[in-house]
Design a protein around this ligand. Structure first.
Ligand code: ADP
Length: 348
């Protein structure tokens, strides 16, 4: 079992500003949950408070319904994987994997069997006699993962475990960690600043900013129905386009021909349109400034009167720099409308 409850948890360093402020969240047993947000938003602090590596200033932490707010790290029965791998340099891979089992006084033969099972799961069989300095970055990270999973803790806590790997290896390890979670079915709490990791790996995402939770939801909910402008702009590449518009009589006029229906009072609004929801049609309002051809799709950057916009179009659409277009919305019902004043969503 590995259910973790955070109840009104805050963290202050030196009684000064809040690194984490009043966050409450229930992480279900077996769930893969990802904390994502910009650097300094309080993700690691939250994870370290769950691990017991950082004290909790206010609030309570429960693991499987037992209060653990002040319990020592070893009594929480959690395993942590760090960004810098934190392997013991003088020990072989085998000894690195054996260490947590020794600490928990597991019988030597049983430990040996476990080490071989985990090594085989992670493709480390042929590396057991090597020292960390003889391993590539990806192999080191696999050993770090192996060390976390040799025991069966209540949950795995991972702090940016892939950020020291190159881009290709990150994609491979993303897949491996997801597979591992499916195999082991153990709760994973994962911290990253990388929205792609968040979108591709998590059952649910917790978006944080300035020590606060902005939104908790599945990747689809976070992407399609961001609760505020921050979440809308943080998730999605290229970034969502934001247009200043007026809401009046239940609709926002997009182009004279197109309208977005919003059931809210008349006010100034920010209309968010994802790049894939924009279509280019002949016109004069926007000029193509740059084209990124990714092979599978193209990102078209256009300049308007006072605004830059990006549209995502098919790989074979024939669009050239310098051409002029109007922008049409493909699916008005997918547009996100925010109050210009509060920046909170008013249409979902
Ligand atoms: P993230 O993981 O999202 O990058 P952190 O949780 O590391 O953010 O940090 C959150 C805030 O707490 C930041 O403003 C950071 O400067 C501050 N902070 C983190 N650790 C300490 C510390 N040991 N002493 C003082 N302030 C800290």
């Amino acid at each position: 079992m590995g259910k973790i409850i955070l109840e009104n948890i805050s963290k202050t360093y030196n009684d000064e500003h809040y690194a984490v402020k009043d966050i409450s969240l229930t992480i279900e047993d077996g769930e893969f949950i990802i904390f994502v947000g910009p650097s300094g938003c309080g993700k690691s602090t939250t994870l370290r408070m769950i691990a017991g590596l950082e004290s909790i200033s206010e609030g309570k932490l429960y693991i499987d319904d037992q209060e653990m707010s002040k319990a020592s790290p070893k009594d929480r029965d959690l395993s942590m994987v760090f960004q810098d791998f934190a392997l013991y340099p003088n020990m072989t891979v085998y000894k690195n994997l054996q260490y947590p089992l020794k600490m928990h006084k597991v019988d030597k033969d049983e430990a040996d069997q476990t080490i071989h099972r985990v090594a085989s799961l992670l493709g480390l069989d042929s590396l057991l006699d090597r020292k960390p300095s003889q391993l590539s970055g990806g192999q080191k990270q696999r050993v770090a993962l192996g060390r976390a999973i040799v025991r069966q803790p209540k949950a795995f806590l991972m702090d940016e475990p892939l950020s020291n790997l190159d881009a290709k290896l990150r994609v491979d390890m993303r897949y491996e960690i997801s597979q591992l979670h499916q195999t082991l079915d153990t709760t994973v709490v994962y911290v990253t600043h990388d929205q792609t990791e968040a979108m591709t790996m998590g059952d649910r995402i917790v978006v944080m900013n300035h020590g606060n939770i902005q939104q908790v939801g599945t990747p689809a909910e976070i992407y399609n129905r961001p609760q505020n402008l921050f979440v809308a702009e943080f998730i999605g590449t290229p970034k969502i386009n934001i247009f200043n518009k007026e809401l009046s009589n239940g609709q926002v006029d997009w182009s004279g021909q197109q309208h977005i229906l919003v059931d809210a009072e008349d006010q100034e609004v920010l209309v968010g349109v994802r790049p894939e929801n924009l279509k280019l049609r002949p016109g004069k309002s926007y000029t193509v400034k740059m084209i990124e051809n990714l092979g599978s799709e193209q990102h078209i950057f256009l300049d308007g009167e006072d605004k830059q916009v990006v549209a995502q179009v098919a790989y074979d659409d024939d669009i050239q720099i310098g051409e002029q277009y109007e922008l049409t919305i493909i699916k008005p019902e997918r547009v996100n409308v925010f109050s210009a004043e509060s920046q909170e969503s008013i249409n979902f």
